[in-house]
Each structure stands twice: as C-alpha cells, then as structure tokens.
Design a protein around this ligand. Structure first.
Ligand SMILES: [Zn+2]
Length: 261
C-alpha cells in the first residue's frame, strides 16, 4: 500500500479506476485514506492532500472530543445504551426463550447460560427493534399528516386524510400535494456501516440502522422524518434541508448526537 505523509498527517493511497481524488477520514479512528486515479502522479496527490490538511485536522479534533464508543460483550455489569440513556445490564440464567426487560436504570436479559456473545447480542438487538417499532408507530401518527404522506388510497380514510392534509399543511407542509401510497411504508432494520437510515423510493421501504435504538427518541424521530421526506423529495436540496430545519429547530444538536460511528 502506498503511503504519503505531510507534516503530522499520514494517509494511505488506494489506486482506483476513478477520475478524481477523494479523501476520507475513518469516523472512529481518524485515519486518513486517499482514493486516487490509477495514473495520478504523486505530486498531484500531494498537492490535493496539502489543500485538505486543515480540514482533516478540524475533523480529527472533533473525533477526539467524542465520548469513547461502548463495546459490549453483553455480560452483567456492562452498560447498555437504550434511547439515549445508559442502563446496567443484568444477565440471568433462563432455560426458556430469551427475554429482555427494561427497568428504571437497568436492563435484564434472561437467557440460557450456554448462550454465547452472539446469542446475547441477538436478544438485545431484537429488543432494540421493538423499541424502534414503537417509535416508528408514534412518529408516523404525528408526521404522516404534516408531511402529507398517506396510505390506503380510494378509501374514505384517504379522502378524510387528504382534507386534513390541506387544512394542516398550509404552513408547515413541505408542499401541498399529498403523496398517496398504495400500501403503508415498510420499515426494516439492519446493522449498517456509516449510515443511520435509507429510503428505497420505488419499494417505499425505509431501512433503519438497529444501532439507532441507542440514540434519543428525538434523534430517532429526526432520522425517520428524514427518510419519510425522501418519499416526497429525493434529493437533499434546499427545500429538503429547509423543511428539516424548520421541523427540528434543534437539528444541530441532533446531528451532533448522530455523528461518530
Ligand atoms: Zn437522505
């Protein structure tokens, strides 16, 4: 692997079949990587790298200020994050199907003593999914009308909602045309690297990162609304951003909470 070092910053160069040079920073380690066209000269790469040094430093400072990530083995005494709060994990031996209970400041995992780390993680992930599902249902109730995204067309429910949409979206809607979906938006959960959610517009399917359950409820709502909004506006254009900023005046705080994978 080719390497380049300027002042105190080192980067690995990866040659690819691309036209431009790109710099990436690993969001957890701060390591710098450069993707460069196969034939780019070292001089060209160096010039580009030099122009990005202060940007890299700024990012690295941000990363170093973040609280350290919690890595779980899912054993008693560890901290488990749920909806923006840390809970003490208690693991109990249990010979039936694994169960998880959330208490005021602790979380109980009932699972067979032979269960390994994978099985324990799976049980916690399953619990995370139920928490996310709860938040999705309440977010949909709250935002469907505001965003003007409706399901079940050709029904009285739809007609009623469409009238509601016209009444309510005058000021806070992104636009006045309701989006009508033939079936409800599907939600699914996945462990994803580097992103909190995605929206498949043609399938009307929103995928949320399971890890999102560790963030605050408001943060989760922010991601859900972002993905829902893509059903009306594909691009992150000004209209999209203006709407999100208006809907979530504390968006900067939420973005900061979501930073750092
Ligand atoms: Zn987006």
């Amino acid at each position: 692997m080719e390497k380049i070092k300027l002042e105190d910053i080192e980067a690995e160069i990866e040659r690819k079949r691309i036209r431009n040079i790109y710099i990436s920073i690993n969001p957890s380690t701060g390591e710098v990587g450069i993707s460069a066209p196969a034939r780019a000269s070292l001089h060209t790469i160096e010039t580009f790298f030099r122009s990005k040094l202060s940007w890299i430093r700024k990012h690295r400072t941000k990363i170093s200020k973040r609280p350290p990530k919690i890595f779980n083995n899912y054993l008693s005494g560890e901290k488990i994050e749920v909806l923006g709060k840390k809970y003490r994990l208690n693991v109990y031996d249990y010979d039936k199907e694994a169960k998880v209970f959330l208490n005021f400041d602790s979380i109980d995992l009932y699972i067979g003593s032979e269960a390994g780390i994978e099985a324990r993680r799976e049980s916690i992930d399953k619990f995370y999914k139920t928490k996310l599902e709860e938040i999705i249902s309440s977010a949909l109730l709250k935002w469907e009308k505001k965003l003007g995204i409706h399901t079940a067309p050709n029904s009285l429910v739809f007609l009623f909602k469409n009238v509601q949409n016209k009444l309510f979206s005058r000021d806070d809607g992104i636009d006045k045309n309701a989006v009508v979906l033939r079936s409800p938006v599907k939600f699914c959960f996945k462990k994803m690297k580097g992103r909190w959610g995605s929206c498949n517009i043609s399938d009307k399917k929103i995928t949320l990162n399971t890890e999102l359950a560790k963030k605050s409820e408001r943060c989760i709502e922010y991601v859900i609304v972002h993905e829902l909004l893509h059903l009306k506006e594909i691009k992150h254009n000004k209209r999209f951003k203006d709407y999100m900023k208006k809907a979530f005046p504390e968006w900067k705080k939420l973005e900061a909470e979501l930073e750092g994978f």
